[in-house]
Design a protein around this ligand. Structure first.
Ligand SMILES: Cc1cc2nc3c(=O)[nH]c(=O)nc-3n(C[C@H](O)[C@H](O)[C@H](O)COP(=O)(O)OP(=O)(O)OC[C@H]3O[C@@H](n4cnc5c(N)ncnc54)[C@H](O)[C@@H]3O)c2cc1C
Length: 373
């Protein structure tokens, strides 16, 4: 009699062969070296002998970090760069720590220049234009890439194009070594051209996770010359005005604290959102039950959100919910079940009771605020 083997049973890879394990053996012990390789799959470092040309990527940072859209612009340049072309990322505004430098490496930047005084929160279009013209003069890039966004890069790119009368493509949604394409008339037509000198990329055109990395070496910015004569516009910067989180549409919110069926006490959730100055979202079970209004529902039949941070509390992470948060940068899950699907999507997970974790977070935030200068 032959024994039938369940094809879905766990398998074990050994030095000799791949064999099915008896159901009782569940653990495979990896050496430290194996774990390191699994956590950081090795990528080739793109090496440059002596670069003969440069592709320049210009993007603003936001509170010391570079967003995915900017990383995608760097990755676009890195994909097109040959072995003799360096990808230089010029970051306008502060750039904070090594983790951020790591993401620039992963996006393929070879060199990084930072001009911290050009913060996007300060409206100074003439000074910014003058500064980047000066950098372009000194770096002499063969092409310039910028994210086509609303935090300043889109408008700065257009000022540059007009000032230098450069060939350009905006709202680019397709790019390769020979051409760019932009959607026209709301997407019914595709305008195609050869690669121009300035490329303003739409979000999510390029995958920023590359199979290779750059060195992202920080280099000293060349001395910039600000030409006062560039100032042909009269304007007054009235500064940025903060708005209360509850007045911000969910689609525009940068930080969302979202309640699922696992949240018993919505008052605690509201207190946590208040402490974090975050907007409130919800899963469909919560809105179906009338515990929060339909306008708060996130997901396939609710809102699609793009927050930098999405905190999913007591939310299982059903596909319809995940659909609504696919563009969120960081997902934090609080759930008592470590095998809930949201845990796979989350960058950080806290396994525990929603009420207890929320109370603990509120206490920590309050403590930190009291201690703050
Ligand atoms: C056509 C269609 C469209 C849909 N559209 C949407 C949509 O737009 N948005 C949406 O959200 N859903 C949508 N759904 C519903 C979706 O399939 C799920 O049913 C829903 O998202 C589940 O919500 P939930 O995760 O809050 O609840 P549950 O599935 O009940 O999960 C609750 C989670 O909370 C955890 N939990 C329980 N108690 C605690 C506790 N004390 N502390 C910590 N964790 C706890 C549990 O482990 C579980 O993971 C749609 C479904 C269909 C069929």
């Amino acid at each position: 009699m032959t024994t039938r083997i369940n094809p879905h049973r766990q398998a074990q890879v050994s030095a000799d062969d791949l064999k099915r394990e008896p159901a009782t053996i569940k653990r495979i012990v990896l050496s430290k070296a194996q774990i390191a390789v699994e956590a950081h799959p090795a990528k080739w470092l793109r090496t440059l002998s002596k670069p003969k040309a440069r592709l320049l990527v210009i993007a603003h940072s936001d509170r010391g970090a570079v967003d995915d859209h900017a990383l995608q612009a760097i990755a676009a340049a890195a994909i097109l760069a040959d072995a003799e072309t360096a990808v230089v990322a010029l970051i306008l505004g502060e750039l904070n720590d090594n983790l951020i430098n790591e993401s620039l490496k992963q996006a393929g930047a070879d060199e990084v220049l930072v001009l911290p005084s050009l913060d996007f929160q300060v409206f100074q279009p003439d000074i910014e234009l003058s500064a980047i013209l000066s950098m372009i003069e000194s770096l002499k890039p063969s092409r310039i890439f910028m994210p086509d966004n609303l935090i300043g890069d889109g408008s700065l790119g257009r000022r540059l194009i007009a000032n230098k009368q450069l060939t350009a493509a905006t709202h680019v949604i397709e790019i390769d070594a020979n051409h760019v394409a932009s959607a026209q008339t709301g997407g019914s037509l595709l305008a195609i051209s050869e690669l121009p000198e300035v490329i303003l990329l739409s979000p999510n055109t390029v995958e920023s996770e590359l199979p290779f990395t750059g060195k992202a070496t920080r280099i000293e910015a060349p001395k910039i010359i600000i030409e006062n004569s560039q100032n042909t516009v009269t304007y007054q910067d009235l500064g940025m005005q903060g708005s209360k989180a509850e007045n911000i549409a969910l689609e525009d919110a940068d930080f969302i604290v979202s309640a699922g069926n696992g949240v018993q006490n919505l008052d605690t959730l509201a207190n946590l959102a208040n402490a974090l100055s975050a907007s409130i979202g919800a899963s469909r079970v919560v809105t179906d039950g009338g515990r929060l209004p339909r306008s708060k529902q996130v997901g396939a039949t609710g809102k699609t959100v793009t927050a930098s941070t999405y905190m999913a509390i007591g939310i299982s992470g059903a596909v319809q919910h995940l659909q609504g948060i696919k563009d969120c940068r960081h997902v934090i899950a609080i759930n008592k079940d470590a095998s809930a699907p949201i845990i796979k999507r989350a960058d950080l997970s806290i396994i525990g009771d929603a009420e207890e974790v929320m109370q603990a977070l509120i206490a920590e935030i309050t403590k930190a605020k009291v201690g703050a200068p």
